[in-house]
Write a protein that binds this ligand. Structure first.
Ligand code: PLP
Length: 426
């Protein structure tokens, strides 16, 4: 219940009252705010985080899916401590960036990559690149998919504002989204209607992870690739989230070769680094006097070293086996709870991540997602928080299991979830 959360977090409340004078809603990202006030965290270690009141939580949000290596991973600390002795940013290119580029190309089946610092920047650059390559303007995106905080793709992604093509933020003029076509996810017919010769690219989360977790219809995916080829537009996989869920991301999982792939979040072990990669003929268009791509903090020393150790030593095949196995235990736990309590609860999981919906079945798309009643979810969320488990970052997010989570962590999650779901049912 919300009152339990409030009783346990008086210092967060005080900080919020102070901070909101200097920061809107007292936070640095809208997605960190929830009612009645955000939780202020002090530190993390492994699968745990601690708040300003000293409460300990098992963390399944993990920085919105970033920290698959766990909080304050020893290897990352060591590599960063070493690297920073030589400086944090070179201005001109850092000599190890090519090593990382090669590693990522080989692992994710890409010909070439460029680095940025956030998913937002990478998707923004990717649509510019696609437009330059095809000499076309239109971009297809799917309803409920999120590609970061830049204007052109911030269309109808606010879960609280359903409807047709409306900017999901104040301050985005209609003209800016006029070349963005928004269609239903997992809907072949809707896609066929818009897949035309004037489209530069279709951008998608290969598994939708900004409306919980909505699995991808394989026939639908096949149609997207076929039509893109037929009509001459590019396929952009925004793997900001999915890229860290399987060893070679969603493209590897589905065994497809998108023209452009974006990576971010988990791949640098907690440091800001993103990737725009893809086929050589597309990527070679980036360069001075051609497609603009820049960024002062791109591939900085700390992010590069952290990414190298993350990919080489931490997010290994066996690490994925561990994360997937624990995540499957969690899925089974939720399935049992639903059966035991007789609650309408549906569960979707993909690798180390999963989500729950208080509904008979997992929604297929945004239209079904937005119709759900989230009041039960919020009761569940506050009970989880006040019992020491952060189950996920929000009702449109998902759990993530890290390499540091243990079976005991999963058992605790399931125990607490049973109580939370019982309360939500009342
Ligand atoms: N793309 C996807 C699929 C995301 O989930 C996110 C963030 O959650 C982004 C892009 C934006 O990434 P960033 O927050 O690093 O800008």
């Amino acid at each position: 219940m919300i009152s339990d959360y409030v009783n346990k977090t008086p210092k967060s409340k005080l900080l919020y009252i102070e901070n909101k004078h200097f920061m809107p809603y007292g936070v640095s990202s809208n997605y960190r705010y929830f009612d009645p006030y955000p939780l202020y965290l002090v530190k993390g270690k492994g699968s745990r985080v601690w708040d300003v009141d000293g409460n300990e939580y098992i963390d399944y949000n993990l920085g919105f899916g970033v920290l698959e290596v766990g909080h304050a991973n020893e290897k990352i600390i060591e590599v960063i401590n070493d690297a920073i002795k030589d400086g944090s940013i070179m201005g001109f290119e850092y000599y190890k960036t090519g090593t990382l580029a090669k590693m990522i190309c080989q692992r994710y089946g890409l010909d070439m990559v460029r680095f940025s610092s956030s998913g937002t920047e990478a998707t923004m650059h990717s649509i510019r690149l696609a437009r330059a390559f095809t000499k076309r303007k239109k971009i297809i995106k799917f309803e409920g998919h999120y590609h970061g905080s830049h204007d052109q793709l911030l269309v109808n992604v606010n879960p609280l504002k359903p409807g047709i093509k409306t900017p999901s933020s104040l301050g985005i003029p209609e003209e800016i989204i006029q070349n963005t076509i928004v269609v239903d996810w997992n809907n072949i017919e809707s896609f066929e209607k818009v897949a035309k010769e004037d489209v530069a690219a279709v951008i998608m989360e290969p598994v939708a992870m900004n409306m919980g977790l909505i699995p991808t219809d394989k026939e639908f995916l096949k149609t997207v690739f076929e039509l893109s080829k037929e009509k001459g537009f590019l396929v952009i996989f925004d793997e900001t989230k999915t890229g860290g869920k399987f060893y070679s991301g969603a493209a590897g999982y589905f065994n497809v070769k998108p023209d452009i792939v974006i990576l971010g979040k988990a791949i640098a072990g907690g440091l800001p680094l993103s990737v725009i990669g893809g086929k050589r003929e597309v990527m070679e268009l980036i360069g001075p006097g051609k497609v603009a791509h820049g960024g002062t903090f791109n591939a900085n020393v700390l992010a590069v070293n952290s990414a190298i150790v993350t990919l080489q030593e931490l997010l290994t095949e066996s690490a994925f086996y561990h994360m997937h196995r624990l995540s499957e235990m969690l899925e089974m736990g939720y399935t049992d709870i639903a059966e035991d309590l007789g609650v309408e609860l549906s569960i979707a999981r993909w690798g180390p991540s999963g989500s729950i919906y208080f509904s008979e079945s997992v929604p297929k798309n945004y239209k079904e997602f937005i119709k759900l009643d989230f009041s039960k979810w919020f009761t569940y969320f506050y009970v989880m928080l006040s019992s020491g488990v952060i189950p996920m970052g929000g009702f449109n997010e998902q759990w993530t299991v890290s390499i540091k989570h243990t079976e005991e962590d999963i058992q605790k999650h399931i125990e607490v979830a049973e109580e939370a779901i019982r309360k939500a049912k009342e």
